[in-house]
Design a protein around this ligand. Structure first.
Ligand SMILES: Cc1cc2nc3c(=O)[nH]c(=O)nc-3n(C[C@H](O)[C@H](O)[C@H](O)COP(=O)(O)OP(=O)(O)OC[C@H]3O[C@@H](n4cnc5c(N)ncnc54)[C@H](O)[C@@H]3O)c2cc1C
Length: 443
């Protein structure tokens, strides 16, 4: 008889937190991972001798889910906020401008403020202001974010403000982002009747401080600690085993939880290529574009869609880089000769000269960002966690995985007899081991 109660397929952040939660509840868990390492899109690479995140580099503070997880993993003292430096926008033509600081996903909460007028022009800003006069009849909300913003605030707001920001966050044009995927916006729109008001209300509901945070040393430290916890809690981890047929899935033991895109349906996602440059460029000490630049679609001056000046964004990284600068650019369509294109794009976007000799090191990393599973791709009774169902970003994915585990454990827990000694030992012993490890780390 099988002793594995749960098999989790996929060792990205979704699979890791799911396996950990189940094991913490005393369940026997096996985790199967196709590659030779854990973490999926939360990963690291060494560039110019600096260990850097090569995928996710921050988490949304919404709900405190990821910060609480980091604290549980003993990383509480290393949670950091980004610098106050705002981001900039590179319009289709002309010079970069500061991104208005009062919006959500680029949607302005005060369309007639000076920063928004600078980006949209007076005509575009007045059109956006019309949002406050157009009644909201609770029309169809199964539309894209782009369609909604266009209806309420006009095309300029979509293309000049929302598209660069949405692309930076989701690697998508707002026309391809279902409104449903923007947590909270639909409900607040129904409540307040205007998009600007909905955005204002979302901002006031955000926890004090920044909307995102990071971890000193990189988000990838979550994976190291989660992996150590899996060992402590007795999870069996199998590497280099790919589950990609219905038969292979059916052969797995216990309740199977899919935490890997591409098993229930082919991954129809977008490719994102990251170019990371470590630069010896004192001109960047002044941090000319704050934490980075978001690029308007159709901007022909550069091929990159966004640039993060990582050493301006994260103080810990600035200290760690010892005077060098880390810049990360993202591309939808990878250009030929990425290293050279990235250097030239960085020059344009940052507005400084960066000759080839300023480049200390360069790294390329390609990712596929999976689309959400459609209703027809979901199979009744199959448990799925991760980006294809939990939304983009660690906060949503972790919260969804927790809710899934709670749902899976609820009926079973009611049935498990408190006095069954078989239920006592493993969880308590494993929890003790994990606590001991964390206590040692805190010393
Ligand atoms: C460039 C980039 C930057 C990002 N930045 C941020 C950010 O700053 N903040 C944020 O919150 N989010 C960010 N994200 C999004 C976030 O990283 C992802 O949403 C999240 O990490 C996805 O986790 P996951 O576990 O669902 O999937 P994945 O990370 O994709 O993990 C899936 C795992 O399953 C394994 N697997 C795949 N197929 C199989 C199979 N057939 N059998 C067995 N195993 C399999 C894979 O090897 C992988 O380990 C970023 C994403 C990218 C690409």
């Amino acid at each position: 008889m099988s002793t594995t109660e749960f098999t989790v397929v996929g060792g990205g952040i979704a699979g890791l937190v799911t396996a950990r939660r189940l094991a913490m509840a005393g369940r026997t868990v096996r985790l199967i991972e196709a590659s030779d390492h854990l973490g999926g899109t939360v990963a690291s690479h060494l560039v110019g001798g600096i260990n850097l995140d090569s995928g996710a580099e921050s988490f949304a503070t919404r709900g405190n889910t990821v910060a609480d997880l980091a604290r549980e993993l003993g990383l509480g003292d290393d949670i950091v906020s980004p610098s106050d430096e705002g981001a900039w926008l590179q319009p289709v033509d002309g010079a970069a401008l500061p991104l208005p600081s009062t919006g959500v996903l680029g949607i302005p909460s005060t369309p007639l403020d000076a920063q928004t007028i600078a980006v949209l022009g007076l005509g575009g800003a007045l059109r956006a202001q019309l949002d406050s006069l157009i009644p909201w009849f609770g029309r169809r909300t199964d539309i894209s974010l782009g369609a909604l913003v266009r209806q309420r605030m006009g095309k300029a707001t979509v293309e000049k403000l929302v598209a660069p920001v949405v692309h930076g966050v989701y690697s998508l044009h707002p026309n391809d982002l279902p409104l449903e995927r923007v947590a909270g916006l639909k409900d607040r729109l129904a409540l307040h009747g205007s998009l600007a008001m909905a955005v204002r209300s979302m901002r006031s509901a955000m926890p004090a401080g920044t909307a995102v945070q990071g971890i000193r040393g990189g988000i990838n430290r979550l994976v190291t600690e989660l992996a150590a916890d899996l060992t402590d809690y007795g999870v069996i981890v199998e590497f280099e085993r790919r589950i990609d047929t219905a038969e292979a899935l059916a052969d797995l033991d216990g309740t199977v939880i899919i935490a890997a895109p591409g098993i229930l349906a082919p991954v129809h996602g977008r490719t994102v290529t990251l170019a990371t440059l470590v630069l010896d460029a004192p001109e960047l000490d002044a941090e000319p574009r704050g934490s980075g630049v978001l690029v308007a679609p159709n901007c022909t001056a550069v091929s990159a869609r966004a640039l993060t000046h990582s050493t301006a964004k994260w103080q810990w990284l600035k200290e760690h880089a010892e005077g060098r600068h880390v810049v990360r650019l993202s591309y939808n369509d990878e250009p030929d000769n990425l290293a050279e294109v990235a250097r030239r794009d960085a020059e344009v976007l940052l507005g400084v000269s960066l000759p080839p000799e300023a480049v200390v090191d360069f790294a390329r990393q390609q990712w596929i960002r999976p689309a959400a599973l459609t209703a027809s791709e979901r199979t009744d009774g199959v448990v799925v966690v991760g980006e294809t169902v939990g939304g983009t970003g660690l906060a949503g994915i972790v919260a969804h995985a927790y809710a899934t585990v709670d749902r899976l454990l609820a009926p079973a827990d009611e049935d498990r007899a408190d006095d069954d000694p078989a239920n006592d030992d493993p969880a308590d012993d494993n929890a003790d081991a994990a606590e001991t490890r964390k206590a040692k780390k805190l010393k």
